[in-house]
Design a protein around this ligand. Structure first.
Ligand SMILES: Cc1cc2nc3c(=O)[nH]c(=O)nc-3n(C[C@H](O)[C@H](O)[C@H](O)COP(=O)(O)OP(=O)(O)OC[C@H]3O[C@@H](n4cnc5c(N)ncnc54)[C@H](O)[C@@H]3O)c2cc1C
Length: 379
């Protein structure tokens, strides 16, 4: 399994997937046939996460091939990501609390044998060990496997979900504060209070095509209890009506300026920001992947004769004039901006986010009702 590092190759991957495998998506998507056989899902998440391609492009292309009803499951999954993003935007304290809890848990667990065995893939659960190695080697896991992994981590190995979410962020090419944190919370039972996800032996056997056997798990664990609730904080997502010509900052979540809503606005210069110094230390492979995607965006801008440069996030401190910025969303880049009190940075919001985050105040089943309406705003 190879994750390409250029937009042109990713577009080919998307087209190939739509032409050859999308028709079987809803039937086969839950099977994990192993890292050498990944044709039943798109494997596009590392690129959607970095904005190398965006959700609108993916959905529009899929709708050119199949009708909405034939394609509904795939579209829903693409928009799960958008939903998780919006959910966290309306409750940013979930992210802040997660980081605070992580800080404490790291100290508590740094020498604990069961934690160290888990992250080294040395537990007595064979499939889990294999997935740890797969995560480190390929920087990707199938969705169902992420659910099993998180469930075993929390309910059989009795480790805190926060440390598992950190481990995923360190190694996943698609590591995303919303999908990852909320995915782990959902498995633990603190996202939908009292409803957890329990991995079972028969389910793993069936959906891995019997690749694993004799899997001894705690199949009766109770959900993790949490008293905390997070009321919705309303968020203003308006863009300026007139654009004076200024510089534009782009972080690693929006790496396709040429296909963004702002491509026809005039900016003096585009500044691509690299952030290597994070609270969650990313593995070298993830950092290299990000650098390559940023470089690919730079090359594409230069081919269009757009003035651009790549800078380290610490250099943003030196920018004192007013500057636009494609909104980086809740996560470490936004934390950096807030921590450094960079009030001169004016965010620009994507139409998709403006049109969909308003429906993220309740559960996904409510959000789903608005999917046709959201899609109708695409063109
Ligand atoms: C514990 C846990 C942690 C996760 N962490 C991340 C993460 O850090 N980053 C991330 O992008 N996804 C995460 N996911 C969601 C999901 O596992 C991946 O998006 C999916 O496996 C990507 O594979 P794919 O591109 O082949 O997906 P496909 O099935 O082909 O789906 C197409 C696209 O839809 C989106 N999508 C699909 N399923 C989900 C989902 N359940 N939640 C949100 N978006 C989805 C992705 O952008 C994906 O590329 C996590 C899920 C769990 C259970």
């Amino acid at each position: 399994m190879i994750f390409e590092n250029s937009r042109s190759k990713v577009i080919k991957k998307l087209d190939y997937y739509i032409d050859n495998h999308l028709s079987e998506y809803s039937k086969l998507r839950n099977f994990d046939y192993g890292p050498q056989n990944r044709i039943n899902t798109s494997c596009l998440s590392p690129f959607i996460t970095h904005g190398v391609i965006n959700e609108t492009e993916v959905i529009n292309k899929s709708l050119k091939k199949y009708s909405f009803s034939k394609n509904e499951k795939f579209i829903q999954e693409v928009l799960w990501r958008t939903y998780w993003k919006g959910w966290l935007e309306l409750r940013p304290n979930v992210w802040a609390d997660y980081l605070a809890e992580l800080l404490k848990l790291r100290k508590d667990f740094e020498n604990k044998t069961n934690y160290l065995e888990a992250i080294e893939g040395k537990t007595n659960i064979e499939c889990f060990n294999e997935w740890v190695n797969e995560l480190k080697n390929y920087n990707y896991l199938h969705n169902h496997t992420r659910m099993w992994f998180a469930s075993i981590w929390i309910f059989t190995l009795n480790l805190p979900w926060q440390l598992g979410a950190e481990f995923f962020m360190q190694h996943l090419y698609d590591g995303d504060p919303a999908s990852n944190t909320l995915g782990w919370r959902w498995v633990a039972g603190v996202q939908t209070h009292g409803k957890h996800y329990l991995a079972t032996e028969w389910n793993i056997k069936k959906f891995t095509n019997n690749r694993f056997n004799k899997i001894k798990l705690n199949e009766n664990a109770l959900p993790i209890l949490s008293e905390k609730t997070y009321p919705v904080i309303k968020k203003e997502l308006s863009n300026p009506e007139t654009f004076e010509e200024k510089n534009l900052l782009i972080f690693d979540n929006n790496l396709s300026f040429e296909y963004s809503d702002f491509v026809n606005k005039r900016f003096k210069k585009i500044i691509l920001v690299e952030n290597k110094d994070r609270f969650i230390k990313l593995s070298e492979k993830v950092l290299t992947f990000k650098s390559q995607l940023i470089e690919d965006q730079k090359q594409r801008l230069m081919e269009k004769s757009i003035d651009c440069e790549v800078i380290n996030i610490n250099k943003v401190k030196d920018i004192s004039e007013e500057i636009f910025c494609l909104y980086p969303t809740v996560g470490e880049n936004l934390d950096w901006i807030n921590k450094n009190n960079k009030k001169n940075i004016k965010f620009l919001y994507r139409k998709l986010d403006q049109n969909s985050w308003q429906y993220c105040n309740k559960g996904f089943f409510n959000f789903k009702n608005y999917i046709p309406k959201i899609i109708s705003t695409f063109n």
